[in-house]
Design a protein around this ligand. Structure first.
Ligand SMILES: Cc1cc2nc3c(=O)[nH]c(=O)nc-3n(C[C@H](O)[C@H](O)[C@H](O)COP(=O)(O)OP(=O)(O)OC[C@H]3O[C@@H](n4cnc5c(N)ncnc54)[C@H](O)[C@@H]3O)c2cc1C
Length: 809
């Protein structure tokens, strides 16, 4: 065994093998994989090997597409068969909502070049004669679905990696990991030690235990999962003989099951409601290529539906029942990337669909390690989308919810209940008393809207407009015509202090730093000129700054800041040690002025001022800006003051007709002001030139990514963020939710990033990226909403107050 290596990958399942392969592909040959038993000894060996490209996140779908397309290549290069079967797959809809969902999935696939087809139930029956047509109203056929041999795939990755110089040590258990002061690692195994520059946790079923070796509690949980294989069936043989090919795979949402041909019989797996975690606290190291006891009672409800939907199954014997564990993160997506706060430590775990995702996970992680950038938008898989709040118990609740909902529709306006309410701010009870309908993001509860008194604070889940629609319209009117109050604690807040702060931030940020007492907006870029983040920067001293950014990206962004930290700078993540309330609307100044001695007149407190003042008796930092685009203030206080602040403002606002508004209204208000948002308009796949962040780009100083920005400005961006006025179907109005394709002249040319109905302006609006040459004001496009192409006109400026008078008065 080598005593040193550039990388030690821990775990020889399909994911670890893929990481090893991709590292060698990118030129790192001094790489080692350590496996405690034999390759595939964790979840991999007993997987059903199914694969598909469809995913709720288009960026993950793209990586799944890459994975599926990789198998032929590794098979050929390694000489190891992967047993690739590509019969295509049917997603079967039993009701209208599922049909809508399939249409949306088909639409999302369009701009990824995925060639999926909506077909009738009769056509589905022709393709898959085992099904009983009456239970379905239609289906989506995806030709890019199939299955592979899990062991073959893992060995093929390993074979290719070995050819390129990688070494694999089987029957070698990593028992401890110790970091040296220089950030390198001593990997302690039962066969000796390896000194490594980087470690990768691809420990699969033991990823949590490997994490614990370095003090991490990863949000990963294994679930038991069952599938059964039938005896050979005449119906299958007849179909194969008649068509010359295998039956397509089937996804049956109502039965919460998947079904496919296996040999001369069928394989049927379920995601049952009565799901069971496996080894919820600790995975035994003694577990080794074992199966768990089958429990057919648990999957009986799904089997009952299966026998109705596929009657031939009722009469065939079961040859084999497989029950094995595999791991999930709380949202079902993998955990990939550098661990915040730990140098040279990388994750590639919680991959629940190793045969759809393993290749993409390996590719992006290897790029991240070798090039410093994953090269794709992997936000949905970034290990930093969770933080310490994702505890063992939280993970348990969320994973069970996620598993049992695997084949359920999650509507765009749906908030799932497990693991809540976890983080609340002090005004939670106050807002609940005002009938708040709550949502959660990054573990924190935030008010979505405020139901009318006496009515149940609950939102109907739908692809169309919900019962929130008229109430949110009233909240928007309150803000635009009187004064609205909302909570704004759900920003990430950071403080930067120390003698080197100003110089440091200036090198990171695209905008000039604001003067003391002022705020501005800025972007941070990577060296290739892509957007790492966008922030409000408030300066309270020469070397004293508050930064406000996206809350969901708090761990992601703080990892980036810490990664760039310099001597003489202190960077603090403020979390809930600073909470906020926001006043917005033409009456905001009068309300706040009535409770503070500081003059808020525009000449003394102009737009974009940020100062420490007293509000009543409460010490606060007050910024004159809000995301509504109206006159407004964000008031930041220590949590122990938030209730008193709420009471004070609420009382003072009565004379001005104050009302509460929530996140839904905020999204509507920001749309009519053409304000973009992180994770939608601004993501690491876009540049600030494409995103039209020109006001935050000042080329009078050096910053990371500047050369790339200048080059892009000189040649012009390939695509541009457009702002669209969409005409919904008057019979059944629905607004965009994000990821819809944008059509022009009969072809898909772009995609929607986000949108909303702008209640005050009475228009349905959307943001989306289109080729720059088409981004001409007034140009007509179509946006595909639930299977319908609706007209969309590109607008040159915000539909409300384009000159920005309202926020400056
Ligand atoms: C019944 C069943 C059916 C499935 N069907 C499908 C399917 O159809 N399609 C699909 O895509 N996915 C399917 N899966 C999921 C799939 O199996 C997983 O996504 C995949 O195997 C995860 O691979 P991995 O490499 O992350 O983890 P694992 O396969 O668990 O590999 C981790 C490896 O790390 C090793 N290891 C851990 N700790 C150490 C250590 N300290 N030292 C040395 N080695 C260590 C382990 O021995 C193990 O071999 C199924 C799973 C089950 C249980």
């Amino acid at each position: 065994m080598k005593s040193s290596a550039q990388v030690v990958v821990i775990g020889g399942g399909v994911v670890g093998a893929s990481v090893l392969f991709h590292l060698t592909e990118l030129g790192w040959a001094d790489v080692v994989l350590v496996e405690r038993k034999e390759l595939t000894a964790g979840s991999t060996w007993h997987a059903a090997g199914g694969m598909h490209t469809l995913n709720g996140d288009p960026n993950v779908a793209k990586l799944q597409q890459y994975t599926v397309e990789l198998y032929r290549e590794i098979e050929q290069r390694s000489g190891q068969s992967c047993s690739i079967h590509m019969p295509g797959g049917l997603m079967l809809a039993g009701d209208r909502e599922r049909m809508d969902w399939l249409r949306m999935a088909q639409a999302r696939g369009r701009y990824l070049g995925m060639d999926m087809e909506i077909i009738s139930a009769a056509e589905a029956k022709r393709m898959f004669p085992l099904l009983e047509e009456n239970y379905f109203i239609g289906a989506l056929f995806d030709p890019a679905e199939g299955h592979v041999d899990p062991t073959g795939v893992t060995r093929a990755y390993a074979g290719c990696a070995r050819q390129a110089g990688a070494e694999i040590y089987q029957h070698t258990w990593v028992s401890d990991l110790r970091q040296r002061p220089d950030g390198t690692w001593d990997v302690i195994t039962d066969s000796g030690e390896i000194h490594a520059e980087h470690i990768v946790n691809a420990g699969g079923l033991w990823a949590r235990e490997v994490g614990r070796m370095i003090g991490l509690e990863l949000p990963v949980l294994a679930m038991e999962h069952m599938y059964l294989i039938t005896e050979d069936m005449n119906e299958v043989a007849e179909y194969n003989a008649a068509t010359g090919h295998e039956l397509p795979m089937g996804l049956d949402f109502d039965g919460e099951l998947y079904i496919r041909q296996e040999g001369g019989g069928m394989l049927l797996g379920t995601y049952e409601q009565a799901c069971v975690p496996w080894s919820p606290r600790e995975t035994p190291w003694t577990f080794d290529q074992q199966l768990l006891a089958a429990d057919l009672d648990r999957i009986a409800p799904s089997l009952e539906i299966a026998f109705k939907h596929y009657p031939a199954l009722a009469d065939v014997g079961i040859k084999n029942v497989i029950n094995g564990p595999f791991t999930f993160a709380p949202d079902g997506n993998p955990l990939v990337g550098p661990v915040p706060g730990v140098r040279n430590c990388w994750m590639a775990c919680a991959v629940m669909a190793g045969f759809s995702q393993g290749g993409g996970v390996g590719l992006t992680l290897a790029r991240w390690m070798v090039d410093g950038d994953p090269g794709e938008d992997i936000w949905a898989m970034d290990v930093a989308r969770f933080s310490n709040w994702a505890s063992l118990a939280y993970t348990n609740a969320k994973v069970r919810e996620n598993y049992s909902r695997r084949f359920r529709i999650t509507f765009p306006n749906e908030e799932l209940p497990a693991g809540r309410a976890l983080h609340t701010t002090p005004v939670y009870d106050r807002l609940t008393a005002h009938n708040a309908v709550w949502g959660a993001s990054f573990g924190l509860e935030h008010p979505l809207w405020f139901q009318r008194p006496g009515e149940e604070p609950r939102e109907d889940v739908t692809f169309r407009r919900s019962n929130a629609y008229p109430v949110v319209a009233e909240e928007c009117t309150t803000v635009r015509e009187r004064v609205g109050l909302t909570e704004c604690s759900n920003f990430a807040k950071y403080r930067v202090t120390g003698a080197g702060s100003a110089g440091w931030l200036q090198r990171l940020f695209t905008n000039r730093l604001p003067r003391v007492g002022r705020i501005n907006l800025t972007a941070a870029l990577d060296p290739s000129g892509h957007i790492v983040g966008e922030f409000s920067v408030a300066r309270v001293g020469t070397d004293d700054f508050f930064l406000f950014g996206s809350q969901i990206a708090e761990a992601h962004h703080s990892r980036w800041f810490f990664g760039h930290l310099e001597d003489g700078v202190r960077f603090d993540v403020l979390g809930l040690s600073l909470v906020g309330l926001s006043l917005a609307g033409p009456g905001a100044r009068e309300v706040l002025q009535s409770v503070t001695g500081a003059s808020l007149a525009t000449e003394n407190y102009p737009f974009m001022t940020f100062r420490r003042i007293d509000v009543g008796m409460i010490p606060a930092y007050v910024g004159r800006m809000t995301y509504t685009g109206d006159l407004g203030y964000e008031i930041w206080v220590a949590p122990e003051y938030q209730r008193a602040l709420f009471d004070l403002l609420w009382q003072a606002g009565r004379a001005y007709g104050i009302g509460l508004f929530g996140f839904r209204a905020l999204m509507s208000l920001r749309m009519e002001k053409m304000f973009g948002t992180w994770a939608r308009e601004y993501r690491p796949i876009y540049t600030p030139v494409e995103a039209r962040m020109h006001r935050s780009l000042k080329l009078d100083h050096d910053f990371i990514g500047r050369a790339a920005v200048e080059a892009e400005m000189a040649r012009g961006p390939a695509r541009t963020l457009g702002y669209f006025d969409v005409t919904p179907d008057p019979a059944e109005p629905a607004d965009v939710v994000g990821d819809e394709p944008i059509w022009h002249d009969g072809a898909v040319v772009g995609w929607v990033t986000s949108g909303a109905y702008a209640h005050y302006s009475r228009r349905s609006l959307a943001f989306g990226y289109v080729p720059s040459e088409l981004a001409v004001p007034g140009a007509m496009f179509e946006v595909e909403i639930i299977g319908q192409r609706r007209p969309a006109r590109l607008l040159p400026e915000p539909v409300l107050d384009p000159a920005g008078h309202r926020m400056r008065v």
